[in-house]
Unconditional design. Structure first.
Length: 234
């Protein structure tokens, strides 16, 4: 890429290698299965294509399109459509192209979450489903990072410049309302590290008793575009 900004964004994306943790993928798959999704799906920020491959392996019955700033990985199944694009800008796709948009651990990498939700709204069909996962800023570990380190844990140290946009539940509620989505529902991985020793999980030392917002490193936001939704005047 000759554009310095585009090169910088690509380098930031490559820091993560385009792969999230299995617990995040498991949560996303659980949500997809519970909603019986199976039509045209966009994976917004597909990275290395790992999750799209999972969908193919479990027999997802709809068409899958992947969009990412990274080029198409060589091992992605041929029936998966791949669009290389900077997700900070509108995608070159028609309005109302998808029944489902799935975006795992992407929005924290992008500069303008409100623009991203406007794009989600544009691309979704009426009654379409949006699933977004991101670091959970309201866990005990994340709040400890804010108190002791001056920022949420997932945005400290080596997480920057890959992670730049931290969002709370209230932010998602406001963004959904601004852009014509239904009030979001929140789901948690129920997997979280303790402050300063993230390799030790709350669930491991409490035999799985501690779960939910305070004890999960990641959260999934689920919302829909109503059949009569319109984008609010911003």
């Amino acid at each position: 890429m000759s554009d310095p900004l585009a090169t910088k964004r690509l380098q930031a994306a490559l820091i993560t290698r385009g792969i999230s943790s299995d617990v995040i993928y498991q949560l996303a798959l659980k949500i997809c299965n519970s909603l019986d999704l199976g039509d045209d799906l966009l994976e917004f920020g597909a990275g290395a294509g790992y999750f799209a491959q999972k969908l193919v392996m479990i027999g997802y019955r709809g068409a899958i399109t992947c969009a990412d700033i990274q080029p198409r990985p060589t091992d992605v199944a041929g029936n998966i459509r791949w669009l290389q694009a900077d997700l900070n800008y509108p995608l070159p796709l028609p309005d109302h192209s998808f029944d489902t948009i799935l975006s795992t651990e992407v929005i924290e990498h992008l500069e303008n979450p409100r623009f991203v939700f406007r794009e989600f709204h544009r691309l979704l069909r009426p009654k379409g489903t949006l699933i977004v996962t991101t670091p959970n800023q309201e866990s005990i570990r994340s709040l400890a990072g804010l108190l002791l380190g001056g920022h949420f844990t997932a945005f400290l140290g080596e997480s920057y410049p890959a992670h730049i946009s931290a969002l709370l539940q209230l932010d998602f509620k406001r963004i959904c309302a601004e852009n014509g989505f239904t009030p979001p529902r929140f789901h948690y991985t129920d997997s979280g590290g303790i402050p300063k020793l993230p390799h030790i999980r709350w669930q491991g030392i409490t035999f799985g008793l501690l779960k939910g917002k305070a004890f999960s490193d990641n959260v999934a936001v689920v919302t829909t575009k109503p059949s009569d939704a319109g984008i609010a005047n911003l």
